[in-house]
Design a protein around this ligand. Structure first.
Ligand code: SAM
Length: 279
């Protein structure tokens, strides 16, 4: 039965990203008390709830039916029902469904209340050791190579720490594209399988991280957060050095070869060196 804290409220509840002990006592209580839990994948969330002995009914709410169901769910909330929204892992709405329902509820004047908890984004940032006062979350990059490279090229001069989500089958290609756009010398962190058995946090240059993954197939398994240092003084210095090297090499070599070698020697992005005079 919904208590006074929960009645007529949409509770947005964070769930574990691996370690089930990360489901907070308050999250457990809310999930037990609400009338229904809206879940991205009901079979997946059923297992989570069963682990905690919670038998609350589940409703499937995913990107394909969210718009259509939102009105009906808001009507239930307005009628006094308490609902929870969860996703498969971590915080709903963070690269996960939910914003349409939350928007509809807020527009209807329904109380929307967070039950904060795990999110891979913040967990990774908290252990990366990169500047964390300002950061940019880019979620998943486009799956198609051309679109992915274009997105990355647009981020090459971004001074804030960059954070991406990535899956095991694209991580190697993504690192290669990042090396081309940001330069292989750009410091980065790979946070893999956080809170799980094979949790690994690797740091180094993008070149070093790509090499580490190439050398060990186990390092390509699982779920990843990729964090990249923002373009700053260090990136500017690499670029200036790369342009000087390029200018020297371009006097003797074709521009494409000169740019490739200058990028390799300096860690600056190859595309930024082409046809450039030294700074
Ligand atoms: N809503 C979730 C959150 O708050 O973190 C993210 C959902 S998104 C569909 C799934 C992606 O999050 C994965 O592909 C991976 O990039 C990242 N992720 C989720 N769990 C992770 C973990 N335990 N370790 C590293 N990355 C993880």
């Amino acid at each position: 039965m919904p208590g006074p804290e929960t009645a007529g409220t949409l509770h947005v509840v964070a769930t574990p990203i691996g370690n089930l002990d990360d489901l907070s006592p308050r999250a457990q209580r809310i999930l037990r008390e609400v009338d229904a839990v809206c879940a991205e994948d009901t079979r997946h969330s059923r297992q989570l709830l069963a682990h905690f002995g919670i038998a609350t009914p589940l409703l499937a709410l995913h990107e394909h039916n969210e718009e259509q169901l939102a009105g009906r769910l808001v009507a239930r909330l307005q009628g006094g029902d308490a609902l929870a929204l969860v996703s498969d892992a971590g915080t709903p709405l963070v690269s996960d469904p939910g914003y349409r329902l939350v928007r509809a509820a807020r527009r209807a004047g329904v109380r929307v209340s967070p039950v904060p908890g795990p999110s891979a984004l913040v967990a990774a940032l908290s252990v990366a050791g990169l500047a964390s006062d300002r950061f940019v979350f880019e979620g998943f990059l486009p799956a198609k190579a051309a679109a992915r490279r274009e997105r990355l090229a647009g981020l090459a001069a971004e001074p804030r720490t960059l954070i991406f989500y990535e899956s095991s089958h694209r991580i190697a290609d993504t690192l290669d594209d990042m090396r081309a756009s940001f330069g292989g010398g750009r410091p980065a962190v790979l946070a893999r399988e956080l809170t799980k058995l094979f949790e690994t946090v690797l740091d180094g240059s993008l070149d070093q991280l790509a090499a580490a993954l190439a050398a060990d197939p186990n390092q390509r398994r699982g779920e990843f957060v990729v964090l990249v240092e923002g373009a700053g003084d260090a990136a500017d210095a690499r670029l200036a050095h790369g342009r000087r090297v390029y200018a020297l090499l371009a006097a003797h070599l074709p521009p494409s070869t000169a740019a490739r070698l200058a990028a390799e020697l300096s860690g600056a992005p190859r595309k930024a060196l082409y046809g450039q005079e030294p700074a």
